[in-house]
Ligand binder design. Structure first.
Ligand code: NOJ
Length: 553
C-alpha cells in the first residue's frame, strides 16, 4: 500500500480559517458574536472550501487582551454561549466535514484566574509554584518586552505577597510555570478535555515564551512539547499542534522536533510572511525567493503554515530597520497605522488601496506557496480595518455579511470600518452574486489548491524568471509538476522559463484556461499581466491534465 498523499495527514494541505466567535456572527441579538451565530454560518465556510476552523480564545475572560487572558480553561465565555452551544457547533462542523482547532493559551492566565488569586494570597499557597516568582528579578532586556507601549518590564511586584511575578505579555497575564509537573499535567488535562469534545488540535500561543523563563529552568525545554505531542498522539493520532513560533529559521527547526516530527505539527512561517511583504513593497520577488530557498524542509509529517495576515499586528520584527521602513512607506506610512514600532495594524486590502488585481495576486501567492495556507476571517471578501479602534483591535472588526452589516440585529459591540471598506461596499452577499469578486477568486484558489497536492506535499524549486518582479516556482511530487508564476509589479511583461525534465510537455493554465507548449529544450515563454498570477499543470501532450496530478487519498 502506498502511504503518500494520504488525508491521514490532513494538515499537510488543509486550508485553515481563523475566526473569533465574538466577531463572526451574533445569533442572539445582543451585539456580540456567539456559537449559535457561528453555527448558522457553517455552510458558508464549507462552501468557501476551507477545511479547518481555528477559533480564537472563547473561554471565560475579563477580556483585557481580547480573550488571551483566561480565567477558566474548561468553559465557554457566557457572552459567547454555553458548552451546549459549543457541542452543537462541533456537531454541525463535523457534519459538513470541517475540523476545528482552538487557541491554547497556556503560557499565562489572567491575573483573575482562581489559580493566580490563590497563588498571590501567600507564599505558602498550594498554587504558589504554578507561577514564576522572584525576590529580585534580573534587569529587563528591552527586546523581551512584547508590548512596549504598555509595559516597561516583564516583572511585576505583587504587594499582596511581596515578590515579583513574571509576565511575558501584559502585567495582568502572569506566566504559568511549566517547570512544575502539576502545571504540565493540568495543561495535558486541558488538551484532553477539548479533544474529548471533538477538537482536532490547537494553535499554541506564544510557544517560545511557554518553555522559557520557568523556574527552575527546564533541562531540555523541548521535552515538554514532545510530551504534549505524545499525549495527544495517544488520545488521537490525527490531532495537530500549530505553533506560534516567531524565531529565525535555524532556531525554528527544533520546534518541529526529531524524526517524523515529534513536537509541533505545523509552525507559522513568520519569516516567509515578512519577506513576502517586503517583496510586495518593492515589487521585486527577491526577498521572498530567498526566504523560500532558506526555509528548512520540515520533518516528513510536519508542515509550514503560510499566512499573509493574522489577528495581531502585521509584525515586521525580523526585517532590518531599513527594510521595515520600506514596508511602512509602501503600506502604512501614517504613524496611526503602525504599532509598537515593528508592525502594521491594517488589513491587506487597504494596504493595497483596494486594488483588486494586487489582492488577487497576493492571495494567489498565499495558496501556491508551499505549505498549508491560513486565512484570517474577512480576507476572502477584502475587509479593511477600523483605525479608530485601539491598537490590534483595528483588524478585529465584525464580519461583513451584507450591505447593512448583517453581523447582528442589535447595535454591534464593535464598529465596522467606514468609507471604501464599509459593509455597504464590502460584504459577502454582494460578492456571492459577482463572478469577478474576491470571494469567488478565493473559492477558485482553494479548489485548485486542494486539487494540486503537489503544492503542499511536493519539493519546491524557485526558478530563474529573468525578471526581478517575477516569482516563478515549481512544485514536484512523484513525477507530477505544478508551476506558479506571480508578477509583483504593475507592468505587463513576458518571461522565459526553463523547465528541466518537462521538455515538449504541455502547460495547462489552471486559473483562467488556455495551454502553452514547452519547447523541446524545456523553454517556455509566459505572458504576465500587471500584478498577474498564473498556475499551470504540466502534462504529456497525450495525457489529459486532470490525469497528470498525483492522487491524494
Ligand atoms: C499572542 C497572541 O497572538 C496575541 O494576540 C496575544 O496578545 C499574546 N499572544 C498574549 O497571549
Amino acid at each position: 500500500m502506498r502511504l503518500t498523499y494520504t488525508s491521514d495527514l490532513w494538515w499537510k494541505n488543509a486550508v485553515i480559517y481563523c475566526l473569533d466567535v465574538e466577531t463572526f456572527k451574533d445569533g442572539d441579538d445582543d451585539g456580540i458574536g456567539d456559537f449559535r451565530g457561528l453555527t448558522q454560518q457553517i455552510d458558508y465556510l464549507a462552501g468557501l472550501g476551507v477545511t479547518c476552523l481555528w477559533l480564537m480564545p472563547f473561554f471565560p475572560t475579563p477580556n483585557r487582551d481580547d480573550g488571551y487572558d483566561i480565567t477558566d480553561f474548561y468553559a465557554v465565555d457566557p457572552r459567547l454561549g454555553t458548552l451546549g452551544d459549543f457541542v452543537e457547533f462541533m456537531r454541525t462542523a463535523r457534519d459538513r466535514g470541517l475540523r476545528v482547532i482552538a487557541d491554547l493559551v497556556v503560557n499565562h492566565t489572567s491575573n483573575r484566574h482562581p489559580w493566580f488569586l490563590d497563588a498571590r494570597s501567600g507564599r505558602d499557597s498550594r498554587y504558589r509554584d504554578w507561577y514564576v516568582w522572584s525576590d529580585e528579578p534580573k534587569p529587563d532586556d528591552p527586546s523581551q518586552i512584547v508590548f512596549p507601549d504598555k509595559e516597561h518590564s516583564i516583572w511585576q511586584f505583587d504587594d499582596q505577597s511581596g515578590q515579583y511575578y513574571l509576565h511575558s505579555f501584559y502585567r495582568h497575564q502572569p506566566d504559568l510555570n511549566v517547570a512544575n509537573p502539576e502545571v504540565r499535567d493540568e495543561i495535558a488535562r486541558i488538551l484532553g478535555f477539548w479533544m474529548e469534545l471533538g477538537l482536532s488540535g490547537f494553535r499554541v500561543d506564544a510557544v517560545p515564551f511557554l518553555i522559557q523563563n520557568v523556574h527552575p529552568a527546564l533541562g531540555s525545554p523541548h521535552e515538554f512539547l514532545a510530551d504534549l505531542r505524545a499525549f495527544m498522539t495517544r488520545r488521537s493520532g490525527g490531532s495537530v499542534l500549530l505553533g506560534e513560533v516567531n524565531v529565525p529559521y535555524d532556531e525554528l527547526t527544533g520546534y518541529f522536533g526529531e524524526g517524523l516530527g515529534d513536537q509541533l505539527t505545523l509552525c507559522f512561517d513568520f519569516i516567509g510572511m515578512q519577506r513576502a511583504w517586503l517583496a510586495m513593497a518593492r515589487g521585486e520577488a527577491g526577498p521572498l525567493a530567498e526566504a523560500l530557498e532558506q526555509r528548512p524542509t520540515p520533518p516528513k509529517d510536519c508542515q509550514w503554515a503560510v499566512f499573509l495576515r493574522n489577528h495581531d499586528e502585521l509584525t515586521l520584527d525580523k526585517l532590518t530597520e531599513n527594510e521595515r521602513e520600506e514596508v511602512f512607506d509602501a503600506f502604512g506610512p501614517e504613524p496611526r497605522m503602525q504599532l509598537y514600532g515593528r508592525g502594521l495594524r491594517r488589513r491587506l486590502p487597504s494596504m493595497f488601496g483596494g486594488d483588486l488585481r494586487r489582492m488577487k495576486m497576493a492571495y494567489s501567492l498565499l495558496f501556491s506557496l508551499p505549505g498549508t495556507p491560513v486565512v484570517f476571517y474577512g480576507e476572502e471578501i477584502g475587509m479593511g480595518e477600523n483605525l479608530d479602534a485601539e491598537d490590534r483591535m483595528a483588524v478585529r472588526v465584525p464580519m461583513q455579511w451584507s450591505r447593512e452589516g448583517g453581523f447582528s440585529q442589535a447595535e454591534p459591540e464593535r464598529d465596522s470600518p467606514g468609507g471604501a471598506f464599509s459593509p455597504g461596499r464590502v460584504n459577502v452577499a454582494d460578492q456571492k452574486r459577482d463572478g469577478d469578486s474576491l470571494l469567488r477568486w478565493f473559492q477558485l484558489l482553494i479548489e485548485r489548491y486542494r486539487e494540486c497536492p503537489e503544492l503542499a506535499w511536493g519539493m519546491h524549486t524557485v526558478l530563474d524568471a529573468g525578471h526581478p518582479a517575477v516569482l516563478a516556482h515549481r512544485c514536484d511530487a512523484d513525477g507530477a509538476t505544478v508551476l506558479a508564476v506571480h508578477n509583483l509589479c504593475d507592468a505587463e511583461l513576458e518571461i522565459d522559463l526553463r523547465l528541466d525534465g518537462l521538455e515538449s510537455q504541455i502547460l495547462t493554465d489552471l486559473l483562467v484556461g488556455g495551454r502553452l507548449e514547452i519547447g523541446g529544450n524545456g523553454g517556455v515563454r509566459i505572458a504576465m499581466s500587471p500584478y498577474g498570477c498564473r498556475w499551470f499543470r504540466a502534462s504529456e501532450p497525450e495525457v489529459p491534465p486532470e490525469d497528470a496530478s498525483v492522487k491524494s487519498r
